[in-house]
Design a protein around this ligand. Structure first.
Ligand SMILES: Cc1cc2nc3c(=O)[nH]c(=O)nc-3n(C[C@H](O)[C@H](O)[C@H](O)COP(=O)(O)OP(=O)(O)OC[C@H]3O[C@@H](n4cnc5c(N)ncnc54)[C@H](O)[C@@H]3O)c2cc1C
Length: 260
């Protein structure tokens, strides 16, 4: 029988501003269950009159970190839960959570690669957990891998943001790219880009997918996460450029109620 995941009270240990409208919350989880990268937690808020609102948030931190998790939340205009988190919650506050949840949109080094990750906006969050896991498990350091069979899993991230200022985890991604043998990162900016920018500056299209995916071959394990329209367009595009639907896993972030 499947074990039901109980609600528990987590305490906010730290809050970090990532971008203009994105913050990362480190939650201390008393009844911690190890997670797999790509899984999420549900978070539930209860008003004094008993009204409750519940949303899902992907785990940003790597499974190697225990006892606490990072959730990275984008504040949406008029967003009920995301606005409360951004405007009201402080370090030391308690929130109700349950998790980890999800068994489909997950990746761990034992699954191997190559790995193709495609993110739109806050869709980077579960993919970042995968990148952090790849790094923490040693799967990217030649010669130092925990299991030599997992060394240097070739990984490519295609990450669509409105502008460079909207890129979440920018510094860390730069550092991991520099440190991590076999990790390549491609940004595309859909609204604004620096004048000297020579990279992609448009919505993700099939040509872009082909250019980024081709060096990984046709067998890449592929994870796509972001707003529903982006995820559907990218998943269709990946099939059109020759990937098999069986190797493509998708996670849609919203709007609320429309996730699959
Ligand atoms: C499995 C899963 C994992 C998720 N992980 C994350 C995560 O790591 N980080 C994160 O920031 N969000 C994540 N989300 C989205 C999150 O669950 C909420 O939907 C989001 O925070 C909006 O909730 P809200 O209460 O602030 O907005 P609501 O009050 O529910 O909605 C406010 C307005 O925004 C629209 N809207 C709602 N959600 C979205 C959306 N995602 N994109 C565009 N418009 C939207 C609504 O239609 C409405 O008009 C995840 C969703 C799922 C299903």
């Amino acid at each position: 029988m499947k074990r039901s995941i109980e609600w528990q009270i987590a305490t906010i240990k730290a809050i970090k501003r990532e971008t203009r409208n994105v913050k990362t919350y480190t939650l201390a989880i008393p009844n911690f269950t190890p997670h797999r990268s790509g899984q999420h937690y549900d978070l539930r808020l209860t008003a004094p009159d008993g009204y409750q609102a519940q949303r899902s948030y992907s785990i940003a931190s790597e499974p190697e970190r225990t006892g606490e998790i990072d959730l990275t939340v984008e504040q949406l205009e008029n967003g009920e839960v995301s606005s409360y988190m951004h405007e009201v919650l402080m370090v030391g506050d308690e929130v109700e959570v349950r998790g980890p949840i999800g068994g489909y949109f997950v990746w761990e080094v034992t699954m191997g690669g190559p790995l193709l990750l495609v993110a739109g906006g806050s869709g980077i969050v579960p993919l970042m957990a995968m990148i952090r896991h790849r790094s923490a498990s040693g799967a990217c350091h030649s010669g130092e891998a925990v299991d030599p069979g997992h060394a240097k899993i070739p990984t490519r991230l295609l990450y669509s943001s409105r502008s460079p200022e909207d890129v979440i985890y920018f510094e860390e991604l730069m550092r991991l790219r520099a440190e991590c043998d076999g990790l390549e990162i491609y940004h595309t900016f859909t609204r604004q880009h620096p004048p000297e920018w020579t990279g992609y500056a448009r919505r993700i299209d099939n040509q872009m997918l082909s250019e980024v995916a081709a060096p990984l071959g046709k067998s890449a394990l592929t994870y796509v996460c972001g707003p529903t329209l982006l995820v559907e367009a990218v998943a269709n595009g990946l099939v059109q450029i020759g990937l098999s639907p069986q190797q493509i896993r998708t996670e849609r972030f919203g709007p609320t109620g429309s996730n699959s």
